[in-house]
Design a binder for this molecule. Structure first.
Ligand SMILES: [Zn+2]
Length: 182
């Protein structure tokens, strides 16, 4: 992304910011990431192809890919059979990315709700030590530390690490589903 942005005339400062070409501004509010563009001013968010497509007002992503191919001497067989494979590969990767992001949001919601619920249940301590404790209180005492640990692990993990927690996330989602209405 930085190579393409510079190639098309953007000046990227040390903070990785540039004047946005998609809206009028005097101070840079567009962030140039290694694989994408995001403007905090006008909200444009695009990958390299989307950026190029928008910058030159091209009709299709394929036109942007062709332009990049020519302007940056990539020597890709754009538009031929190879390209349609590349384009569908690209779409497939985009789809996988979107699916992962949806899953990640859901998973985080599950884990953080679980932790929040157990902290609430932990407040259900019996008034008198001889009283039979609320089973939710007993459960929370045993599990709240683990729930906190899962949240911390999820935050610290990379994408593969998070995916590896899926079975546990599903178990907890089932548990939460079963405990609604309590
Ligand atoms: Zn902008």
């Amino acid at each position: 992304m930085p190579t393409v942005a510079r190639g098309y005339g953007l000046k990227i400062n040390r903070a990785g910011m540039a004047i946005c070409p998609f809206h009028a501004e005097k101070t840079p509010s567009a962030k140039i990431y290694s694989d994408g563009f995001h403007c905090f001013g006008c909200g444009v968010h695009a990958d390299v192809i989307g950026f190029t497509q928008r910058l030159f007002g091209l009709a299709r992503p394929l036109d942007a890919a062709k332009k990049l191919n020519e302007d940056f001497f990539l020597h890709l067989d754009v538009g031929g059979k190879a390209q349609s494979t590349q384009a569908s590969e690209y779409r497939k990767r985009q789809q996988e990315r979107e699916e992962y992001e949806r899953w990640e949001n859901e998973a985080w919601l599950t884990l953080s709700s679980y932790y929040k619920l157990l902290r609430e249940w932990r407040e259900l301590a019996p008034d008198c030590p001889d009283d039979e404790p609320d089973p939710r209180f007993a459960y929370a005492l045993g599990q709240v530390g683990y729930a906190e640990y899962l949240c911390e692990e999820f935050i610290a993990a990379d994408e593969n690490g998070r995916k590896a927690m899926n079975a546990e996330v599903e178990r907890i989602a089932g548990f939460l589903g079963g405990s609604t209405g309590n």
